[in-house]
Design a binder for this molecule. Structure first.
Ligand code: ADP
Length: 546
């Protein structure tokens, strides 16, 4: 064997989106724009903010980044807040107070949400939405009691109203903007399947939503008997919650809020309910949007979770039926394959008696040898079957291990065969760590390498390559590639079944790949083969990362 190290993939260049400085600059820019936008949205002459998007942006960022980067992000938030307050002629102590408040509030909320949820927050689950609501009600409500002291002491603002405004402003921003950003960042594709499958419905819904929101908030009061009532928007929001993804719901809420806040405060100054002064009207609109947001997101996530549970159930049922069919085939093949050595034994026992009677020693020895071979075959079959039934039932505790080490173990075992057949093995360096049952995974590699050597054919320059080829669902995909005889397309599924051998004369029980498949599946991965007759086969399998 001549193990040669080579690199199958180009050297990994620094991934820009993973670079902390690039992310900090990107976030700083968005955050700064959010602060500026919030300031320009302060209505004059009342001096009331319409929405404070920066806090929603900040919370979303803190929920998306790893906790080790928090300090850097919080420092950027503090600096931008301080700077923008100072350039707006706010005194230094008040600027420091505002900057502290605007940094600590999302930090506390984000920290609590992460503690409660203990998982990646996606806003596709009801729990995520409920924890956000808890943060808005409890953290925002209580901390605003403290923050409201800053404008009260600095500019003599009325305390209670300032507290209420602060609470509802930040709450609205967190409820509307945070899920919006997170569902879009995590969503992956720009156009989800939802969207592509129901473009026409989305279009109709969008027209109705924009039209109704405009009618409720933007149009002048219509002189008709029935008052325009913004709560009429609920059926339209419920529509999106039930028919589309949480991302579509979050986007609908942003759209509704933009139209409502823009038209009610900057154009018509009209809101059909809640108070008489602009401040009271604004708080009513904000309260309405908070209620709409919580209701829509709760419904959307509940429904999504139900849909997912249903899909999961269907998947399980399909898996179960497939397993059942496999079991039937299994019983059939086991009885069939065990029967053939018994038929052999019976036949040769008959010959043995005849040969014993006639005293033909040479033939008797041959008969005994045939019977021994058949019992050996039965023993091998039963041994392999036992092995197969053990997988999943008897496992060693999984451990985190470098793939290179597993490979090393397996190559040590098949070393003899590789040398005997002059096979060159090429391995990719620095393969990632995996979390697996070491012994079982070594068996997988050993089986694949064994087969690669066994089915090399008359290849004059036999090669095996082992490495990683990308990922699927966050799981690294490994491959074992040979330049042997290859496998015809119609057999690429079947070879993973029990006792499926393409060449009945080859040695082995035909159980190896069934075993490999079971081990990989028990580890939460999948295995498949790509091959070209005469050119070789590549077995791919995915595994849970570290
Ligand atoms: P066996 O004990 O016969 O090797 P396996 O389950 O390991 O049983 O393999 C099933 C069949 O798949 C083999 O009999 C062989 O025909 C085919 N096969 C497996 N690996 C390869 C390979 N690397 N190249 C070509 N054929 C293969």
């Amino acid at each position: 064997m001549s193990p040669l190290n080579f690199d199958l993939q180009p050297a990994s260049t620094a991934n820009w989106s993973k670079n902390l400085y690039v992310r900090l600059i990107g976030f700083g820019l968005v955050y700064f724009l959010a602060v500026i936008f919030g300031v320009t949205l302060v209505t004059q002459p009342e001096g009331i903010s319409v929405i404070w998007p920066a806090v929603g942006v900040a919370l979303a960022a803190l929920l998306l980044i790893p906790q080790r980067d928090w300090l850097a992000f919080l420092a950027v938030m503090f600096a931008i807040n301080l700077f923008s307050n100072l350039i707006s002629d706010v005194s230094l102590p008040a600027s420091i107070g505002f900057a502290l408040a605007n940094t600590l509030e999302p930090a506390l909320g984000g920290w609590l949400m992460r503690r409660w949820l203990n998982k990646r927050i996606t806003f596709a689950r009801l729990r995520d939405v409920l924890s956000l609501v808890a943060v808005v009600v409890l953290v925002d409500g209580f901390t605003a009691l403290l923050w409201a002291l800053i404008p009260t002491l600095a500019f003599g603002a009325p305390y209670i109203v300032t507290w209420l405004s602060w609470w509802i402003l930040d709450g609205l921003s967190m409820l509307i903007i945070t899920p919006f950003i997170i569902t879009w960042v995590i969503g992956g594709t720009v156009f989800s399947r939802d969207f592509l499958e129901r473009k026409f419905e989305i279009l109709i819904w969008l027209i109705i939503l924009i039209g109704s929101t405009w009618l409720m908030f933007g149009a002048k009061r219509l002189n008709i008997y029935v008052e325009q009532n913004p709560y009429m928007l609920f059926p339209i929001l419920i529509w999106v919650a039930f028919r589309f993804s949480p991302r579509a719901s979050a986007s609908a809420l942003v759209l509704t809020s933009v139209i409502a806040l823009y038209s009610a405060t900057l154009t018509t100054g009209f809101f059909p309910m809640g108070g008489t002064s602009p401040r009271e009207k604004l708080i009513s609109i904000q309260a309405f949007l908070c209620v709409a947001s919580v209701t829509t997101m709760v419904l959307s996530t509940t429904f999504t979770e139900r849909k997912q549970a249903e899909i999961e159930r269907e998947k399980l049922i399909n898996e179960l039926s497939a397993k059942n069919a496999e079991l039937e085939r299994f019983t059939y093949t086991v009885s069939h394959d065990l029967k053939s050595p018994i038929v052999t034994i019976r036949g040769f026992l008959g010959y043995l008696i005849e040969d014993a009677r006639s005293g033909n020693m040479a033939r008797m020895e041959n008969d005994i040898q045939r019977i021994t071979n058949a019992t050996n075959k039965m023993q091998d079959l039963l041994h392999d079957l036992l092995e197969l039934s053990r997988i999943g039932r008897i496992m060693n505790a999984p451990q985190t291990i470098q793939f290179d080490d597993l490979l090393h173990d397996a190559l040590d075992i098949v070393h003899g065969q590789l040398e005997a057949h002059h096979v060159t093995v090429l391995t990719q360096p620095n393969l990632p760590a995996v979390h697996v049952d070491r012994q079982r995974l070594t068996e997988v590699l050993q089986n694949l390498l064994d087969n690669a050597v066994k089915y090399m054919g008359d290849q004059s320059d036999p090669h095996i390559e082992i490495g990683q080829s990308g990922e699927e669902d966050g799981k690294p995909i490994f491959f074992v590639k040979d330049n042997g005889i290859g496998i015809a397309p119609e057999y690429r599924e079947r070879i993973f079944g029990l006792f499926n051998k393409l060449d009945a004369r080859s040695d082995g029980t035909g159980i190896g790949l069934a075993l490999v498949k079971r081990i990989i599946e028990v580890h939460g991965g999948r295995i498949w083969v790509e091959s070209e007759i005469g050119k070789g086969s590549t077995f791919y399998f995915s595994l849970q990362p570290n």
